[in-house]
Design a protein around this ligand. Structure first.
Ligand SMILES: NC(=O)c1ccc[n+]([C@@H]2O[C@H](COP(=O)([O-])OP(=O)(O)OC[C@H]3O[C@@H](n4cnc5c(N)ncnc54)[C@H](O)[C@@H]3O)[C@@H](O)[C@H]2O)c1
Length: 321
């Protein structure tokens, strides 16, 4: 099939592109490289169509959609914390960008629109594990609010144009090529100072983490089974707290006696808009035949091993120059 991936040079997008190419699809990518890297998809240059374009300013996105049957729309500003300081930017990147891609998809006859939403649409949910039909949805971050607004738009287009639209509400995705997130942050901090680690919040924030391979498998599976617009929680079946996560990263880096310095944060959460306890009920996707292979600790450990390897390789390459 002809498939378009927006944000295909990013962390999740580049792994999805690996999988779609391996499955024999004709893949095109739109990415403005604001958060992604050509390095992540360089193995596919010549095989995929790559457009260095911006979904918020490109006037003719339909040009990229001729014959495209499915769109995986990932391009966004994924920085939950940054949305507090840059709400207008996040509104533009997430909501207006999604509107532009969606409108072009509908006009081009795209059959399936797969969207990367987020657990943050639930805000501080009072039911945990939180199922997809939980409500009211009251996000506490601009990021979560923009993604929820995107879900609404996509639902309307799915109904009006007969598009299938799985809305993937991801927990924290971890793995190699990530350029943000708590593991990435801890590895870099510990490399700078192996004796002392600053941890945002009080360390008791408890969340679900799942591995990038499970994420890609869920997206491909959701694409196959989607009917109309439907939300799917995607995460691991359990949670871990941030202190435990720090312990795993410290262990992977072979460090001992690291002093943890908690910032206290906002009511114990890392920052304004941080959900302190996130655990998604994943029964809906499980019932359709998807199952995460790793639990939260396993995903964090595997991701930390890979990220440490990447960081060391990058520093070694710098030293050789
Ligand atoms: N990583 C997670 O844990 C997580 C959790 C929930 C949801 N998501 C969502 O998954 C998607 C991918 O996230 P990620 O972690 O891979 O982030 P990422 O920053 O690595 O990937 C986003 C990609 O989109 C591109 N992009 C951004 N703005 C663009 C624009 N205006 N035009 C064209 N390209 C643009 C960036 O260059 C980047 O390659 C995002 O929509 C994010 O909100 C991620």
């Amino acid at each position: 099939m002809n498939v378009l991936v927006t944000g295909g040079a990013g962390f999740i997008g580049s792994h999805l592109v690996d999988r779609l190419v391996a499955d024999g699809h004709d893949v095109s990518v739109i990415d403005n490289m604001s958060g992604g890297s050509l390095e992540f998809i360089k193995g596919h240059i010549g095989t995929i169509d790559l457009a260095n374009a911006d979904i918020t300013t490109e006037t003719d996105l339909e040009n990229y959609m001729e014959g495209v049957e499915a769109v995986f729309h990932l391009a966004a500003d994924p920085d939950v914390r940054g949305g507090f300081d840059r709400p207008a930017h996040q509104l533009d990147q997430n909501l207006i960008g999604t509107f532009n891609v969606l409108e072009a998809s509908a006009r081009s006859g795209v059959r399936t629109f797969c969207f990367t939403s987020t657990s943050t649409v639930y805000g501080n949910a009072t039911v945990v594990p939180t199922p997809e039909d939980y409500g009211p949805l009251l996000p506490i971050s601009v990021y979560g609010a923009t993604k929820l607004a995107c879900e609404g738009l996509i639902s309307a287009y799915a109904d009006n144009y007969g598009i299938d639209a799985p809305l993937f509400r991801f927990a924290n995705v971890v793995g190699p090529r990530s350029t943000h997130g708590v593991i990435f942050d801890f590895v870099h901090k510990l490399r700078r100072n192996p004796a002392d680690l600053e941890i945002l919040g009080d360390g008791s924030q408890r969340k679900s983490y799942f591995y990038i391979d499970d994420c890609v498998e869920a997206m491909v599976h959701g694409w196959r089974v989607a009917k109309g617009a439907e939300a799917f929680n995607i995460g691991s079946a359990d949670t871990i707290d941030v202190t435990r996560l720090a312990d795993i990263v410290v262990d992977v880096m072979g460090l001992r006696n690291v002093w943890y310095r908690y910032t206290g944060g906002v009511r114990g959460a890392g920052w304004k808009g941080d959900v302190k306890y996130m655990h998604l009920a994943i029964d809906r996707m499980r019932a359709l035949g998807w199952e995460p292979e790793l639990d939260s600790s396993g995903a964090v450990r595997k991701a930390a091993e890979r990220i440490v390897g990447e960081v060391e390789a990058a520093f070694a390459a710098k030293d050789r120059k």
